[in-house]
Ligand binder design. Structure first.
Ligand code: SF4
Length: 359
């Protein structure tokens, strides 16, 4: 596949076009089309001369995704299934919050981390997304939101969380470059405060993030309060032990001066015991953390379920009584394939069965 225009940093375009013998201001014009205007085709950039477009089209593709399916839930959550140039499916979600929308974007097609509670894990890792594919996801979601904004939002501001398919720190070069473009004033000009990386914290991943220059938010999925229980639910990421992960997260939070979030998935009979809540409280007390409690989104044919509401509230109560800020985060869109990777898996299954029927 050719690189995408959005794989390139917007401020590099003037020099790149000058190298090809075109005036450098054409590079600024191109970046304006890509980010201020959201152009997704060569035809859309109509004031860019034909010879410039032809020279660029020999090297780059103007866009790399199209919307293949769109689901909306009664709570407003919209899930988009994007078809990439190689036929792979990528999930991206728009979640209505109280004052803004949150875009949940993918960093990989599939995932290698094999977390037991996750639909994306079931097919393994297909491939990494490129920087341009990640940036384009955000722009596709922004265009979708602009076309149909949530009624109660006076503005169109959005946050971006890397919480879709894939482990962002397993594809960090592309994710980091995408964040640079999202925050560059010549790109989308988002504040780093509006961006959050959510990671299962596989070994060495947080060291990569520690060297990153932009103060984005950090969410760590812990999975267990000791190494053995973390590894049971998260066999790959769990090779990084609980203490090492929390120490690295605390160092990062101190450096960026922004509290990190510890995400705790609540699974009935596995991670919902009051004793675990107490252990979790002891681990996070007096550290720059808050806790998000995430009741499991049930997967097809899985024996794992979310705990009852009473049990969820009891778990939260233990944390709050211990002085820990703890919030219940129900994932939106319960009526659509809300669990990360579920919509993609359903489409793959449909495709496989129609292929089987035609053989
Ligand atoms: S929960 Fe995240 S890290 Fe774990 S398998 Fe799913 S996508 Fe990968």
């Amino acid at each position: 596949m050719k690189p995408l225009l959005r794989d390139i940093n917007p401020t590099d375009w003037p020099a790149l076009l000058a190298q090809q013998g075109f005036p450098s201001y054409r590079g600024r014009q191109l970046a304006h089309w890509l980010y201020a205007r959201g152009a997704m085709s060569w035809d859309a950039m109509h004031n860019l001369p034909r010879d410039v477009r032809a020279a660029l089209a020999a090297i780059y593709d103007a866009s790399g995704a199209r919307i293949n399916e769109r689901q909306s839930a009664p709570d407003g959550t919209r899930k988009l299934l994007l078809q990439m140039r190689d036929g792979q499916d990528c999930e991206s979600v728009i979640i209505p919050m109280s004052r803004h929308a949150t875009f949940c974007v993918s960093s990989q097609i599939g995932c290698a981390m094999a977390c037991s509670f996750c639909a994306t894990a079931r097919g393994g890792l297909a491939r990494n997304l490129s920087c341009g594919e990640i940036v384009e996801q955000v722009q596709i979601l922004a265009a979708d939101l602009a076309a149909a904004p949530f009624a109660r939002h006076g503005e169109r501001a959005y946050n971006v969380v890397f919480m879709g398919m894939g482990e962002p720190l397993d594809n960090f070069a592309a994710v980091a470059q995408a964040i640079r473009i999202l925050t560059d004033p010549a790109g989308l000009g988002l504040s780093p405060q509006r961006i959050q990386i959510s990671t299962s914290a596989p070994p060495h991943a947080l060291e990569q993030l520690a060297a990153f220059e932009l103060p984005v938010g950090l969410t760590i999925s812990l999975g267990g309060t000791d190494d053995a229980s973390r590894r049971k639910l998260m066999p790959v990421a769990g090779r990084a032990g609980v203490a090492a992960v929390l120490d690295a997260a605390a160092r990062y939070a101190d450096r960026v001066d922004r509290r990190a979030t510890i995400a705790w998935i609540l699974i009935a009979g596995q991670t919902d015991a009051p004793a675990q809540a107490l252990q979790l409280a002891q681990l996070v007390a007096r550290r720059p953390f808050k806790v998000n409690l995430i009741p499991l989104n049930r997967l097809d044919q899985s024996v794992l379920t979310a705990p009852s509401r009473e049990r969820i509230l009891a778990f939260q109560r233990v944390l709050i009584d211990a002085g820990i800020p703890a919030f219940i985060r129900d994932s939106g869109g319960q009526d659509i394939d809300a669990a990360c990777g579920q919509l993609r898996r359903r489409r793959l299954a449909k495709r496989d069965s129609s292929e089987a029927q035609s053989h």
